[in-house]
Design a protein. Structure first.
Length: 354
C-alpha cells in the first residue's frame, strides 16, 4: 500500500495498491466518522463496514469500494474538515484526492465502459461544445430547455449520459468574451489594480451576465480588466473523471498563459469557485513548479479580490450604491469557496466595516 496522490508515481494506478490504500483510509474514516454529514459516500461506507461483526474495512468488496468512490462529487468539504490531511498528520489522508486516484486507476485498467469514456471525453471539451452551442443557441436551448424527463432529454441521456431529470443552464446568445471585446472601454480616473479575467466556461458560454457585472464593478472601482490570450477551460472535467493525463495537458497550457499574465503585472480573477480552486490548488498539486506557484499566489475569487481592495492601505471601494438594496439576502456558500477558506469573507467584511 502506497500513500501517494502523485499521478507520476509508478503505483498510482496499480489496482492492488489502490485497493489496499482504500482499505487503510476507509478504516480510518470508519473510526473517525466526522464527515458523516457531508455526502452519501461516508454513510454508504459506514453501512458497508458495519455489516461485518468485526467492522473490518478490509472486507469490503471491490464493487463496494467503487460505490463509495462513485458517490464522491469532489466537494472537498471532508478535506477541509479532516485533521489527518498530509499537511497536518502522518496519516496523510486526503479523501477527495484518493477518490481521484481510484477513478484514474479504474480508467487506466479498462474498468470504465467505452460509452462512458467517449461521452466523458466529448463533454470534457467544454470550449468546443460551448462555441458550437452558443453559435446555435436557439437549437441547443430547445434540447437543453426541454422538460426534464421528456423524450428529447431521454435521448440526450442515452447518447451523452446527462441525466434526463437534471435542470441544465441554457446557452447564451453572445459569449462573454465577445461582449468584452466589443464594449466601450472606460477611462479609469484612479487606477487601483490590473486583472486578467479567467471567465470560466459557465460565464463564457452560459451566464455572461455575471462576467459583465464583474467588469462593470471592477472598472467603476479603477481596476483595469483584460482577457488572457489562450486561456480556456481549466480542465476540471478531466480531473474529476480521473483523466489525469488529459487534465495535466490542459492544466500545463493554462499555467503557462496565466503565469505570463502575472509576469505582465496582472492578478488573475475567477468568478466561479470550482475553477478558482483548480487554479489555486490543483495546478499546484498536479502540475507544480514555479509557474504554477506564481499563478496560485496571484489568483483570487472575484469577491475576495474586491474585499482585499477594500481592506488594503491606499485603495478604496466605491460603496455609494444607488437604487434598491435588499435588506437581507439568502447566501449559499459554495463548497469550493469553503475549500479555499473564503466562504464567508464578504459577510465578515461587511459586519466589521459598519
Ligand atoms: S476524511 Fe478525515 S475527518 Fe473525514 S471521516 Fe475520514 S478521517 Fe474523519
Ligand atoms: S469530497 Fe465531498 S463528496 Fe467527496 S467524499 Fe468528501 S465530502 Fe463527500
Amino acid at each position: 500500500m502506497t500513500i501517494t496522490y502523485d499521478p507520476k508515481h509508478p503505483l498510482y494506478t496499480d489496482e492492488a495498491d489502490v485497493r489496499e490504500e482504500l482499505t487503510r483510509v476507509y478504516d480510518l474514516c470508519h473510526g473517525c466518522r466526522l464527515c458523516f454529514k457531508f455526502c452519501s459516500s461516508f454513510p454508504t461506507l459506514f453501512s458497508y463496514v458495519d455489516q461485518h461483526e468485526d467492522q473490518d474495512a478490509g472486507r469490503l468488496t471491490p464493487a463496494q469500494q467503487d460505490q463509495v468512490a462513485d458517490e464522491c462529487f469532489q466537494c472537498k468539504l471532508c478535506y477541509v474538515n479532516c485533521p489527518y490531511i498530509p499537511e497536518l498528520h502522518e496519516w496523510a489522508l486526503d479523501f477527495p484526492r484518493l477518490m481521484l486516484r481510484h477513478d484514474a486507476m479504474r480508467l487506466e485498467n479498462g474498468q470504465v465502459s467505452l460509452r462512458k469514456r467517449v461521452t466523458t471525453q466529448a463533454m470534457g471539451h467544454t470550449d468546443a461544445l460551448g462555441k458550437v452551442a452558443t453559435a446555435a443557441s436557439t437549437i441547443s436551448n430547445l434540447v437543453i430547455g426541454a422538460k426534464p424527463g421528456s423524450v428529447a432529454r431521454k435521448l440526450v441521456e442515452k447518447t451523452a449520459g446527462v441525466s434526463s431529470v437534471r435542470l441544465l443552464p441554457p446557452y447564451a446568445k453572445q459569449r462573454f468574451s465577445t461582449w468584452f471585446k466589443k464594449r466601450v472601454t472606460p477611462v479609469l480616473t484612479k487606477k487601483q489594480g490590473s486583472v486578467a479575467l479567467f471567465p470560466t466556461c459557465l460565464v463564457e458560454y452560459q451566464q455572461p451576465g455575471i462576467g459583465q457585472d464583474l467588469v462593470k464593478v471592477y472598472e467603476r472601482n479603477g481596476v483595469e480588466c483584460s482577457l488572457v490570450d489562450g486561456a480556456g477551460c481549466c480542465g476540471a472535467p478531466y480531473l474529476h473523471s480521473g483523466d489525469m493525463e488529459g487534465f495535466t495537458k490542459v492544466a500545463t497550457k493554462q499555467v503557462a498563459v496565466l503565469a505570463q499574465a502575472v509576469r505582465e503585472g496582472k492578478d488573475i480573477v475567477v468568478p466561479q469557485p470550482t475553477c478558482g480552486y483548480i487554479l489555486k490548488k490543483d495546478y499546484l498539486d498536479y502540475v507544480g513548479g514555479p509557474d504554477a506557484e506564481l499563478v496560485a499566489s496571484h489568483t483570487y475569487d472575484s469577491s475576495e479580490y474586491l474585499m482585499n481592495l477594500h481592506k488594503a492601505e491606499g485603495t478604496e471601494l466605491d460603496t455609494n450604491f444607488h437604487g434598491t438594496i435588499a435588506e437581507t439576502i439568502s447566501y449559499h456558500i459554495p463548497c469550493h469557496l469553503r475549500a479555499q477558506n473564503i466562504g464567508l469573507r464578504n459577510l465578515r467584511n461587511k459586519q466589521t466595516t459598519k
